[in-house]
Design a protein around this ligand. Structure first.
Ligand code: BT5
Length: 244
């Protein structure tokens, strides 16, 4: 299983930054960085991830998948799927996966995933799967975020949840690296907060409007647009509801 070796930090800048540096200096697959508090928690596109000290699950796993680089997007989906299952089983919370990296409940964000990868010799050298789950935080500055505590009124043991998530990620990962992503894709489609919605996708300076109709075998979102089918590997999706 993953988590050998493991580092626990009472406070760190970002578990992803630490895991990335560790991986660059040779950390093996499964090396895990966990923190109680991040001073520079990172989201995608230079955004920040904020969590009250001691209330969230904040961790990053070093992965060295021998898969085509084009399939790296499946790692974030795999992590989101594992979180969705873990919060259902441990806290009875029914969440959905928002492509490409969020776990939502009632449109509010419970978890975000930041997967960062790089190549060496055309192959994936490592993928850092960074996960932030709002567990016991009681209130948020925005109404777009929620926690297990806000949803259930009960505290949830963070480290038991960490074990559940790592176990679920590991199971999905084994299938993925052995070339079988069918169960993962079926799960992502079935539990998707994105599919079937009219969305606006922003990727860099490009904006695409359409109906989200599928997640393809590389984890790309397929949009049915006025100009035909468009496949997106990354970007920010907003539903009509979220744009109000
Ligand atoms: C993400 O980015 O959702 C990826 C977040 C990954 C965080 C983990 S924590 C452990 C590891 N170490 C790190 O440094 N990062 C990873 P993105 O899709 O770009 O969403 C970021 C946006 O989510 C922000 O701009 C805020 O609007 C919102 N946000 C920030 N903190 C939040 C929170 N605790 N709960 C819900 N939403 C939040």
């Amino acid at each position: 299983m993953w988590g050998h070796p493991v580092e626990f930090h009472a406070q760190i800048s970002s578990t992803n930054a630490r895991a990335k540096a560790w991986a660059r200096s040779g950390a093996a697959e499964g090396a895990l960085v966990v923190a109680d508090h991040q001073t520079e928690g990172r989201g995608r596109f230079g955004r920040s991830w904020e969590a009250e000290a001691g209330s969230a699950l904040l961790f990053s796993v070093v992965l060295r998948p021998q898969i085509e680089p084009a399939k790296a997007a499946l790692i974030a989906l795999m992590a989101a799927a594992a979180v969705r299952e873990a919060v259902a089983e441990r806290a009875g919370v029914d969440a959905a996966i928002k492509w490409p990296n969020d776990v939502l409940v009632g449109g509010k964000k419970l978890c975000g995933v930041l997967a960062e990868s790089w190549l060496e010799g055309g192959q994936l050298a490592a993928v850092i799967a960074g996960i932030g789950v709002n567990v016991n935080q009681k209130a948020f500055a925005t109404d777009r975020a929620t926690s297990l505590f806000c949803l259930t009124g009960a505290p949830c043991p963070r480290f038991a949840l960490l074990g559940d998530i790592l176990t679920g990620m590991h199971r999905r990962y084994q299938a993925l690296v052995s070339g079988d992503s069918s169960a993962l894709l079926a799960e992502c489609r079935q539990c998707s907060a994105t599919l079937g919605q009219e969305v606006v996708l922003r990727a860099g300076s490009t904006t695409v409007r359409g109906r989200a109709v599928d997640i393809d075998s590389d984890g790309r979102l397929v949009l049915d647009t006025a100009d035909g089918l468009v496949r997106a590997l990354a970007g920010e999706v907003s539903t009509a509801e979220e744009m109000v």
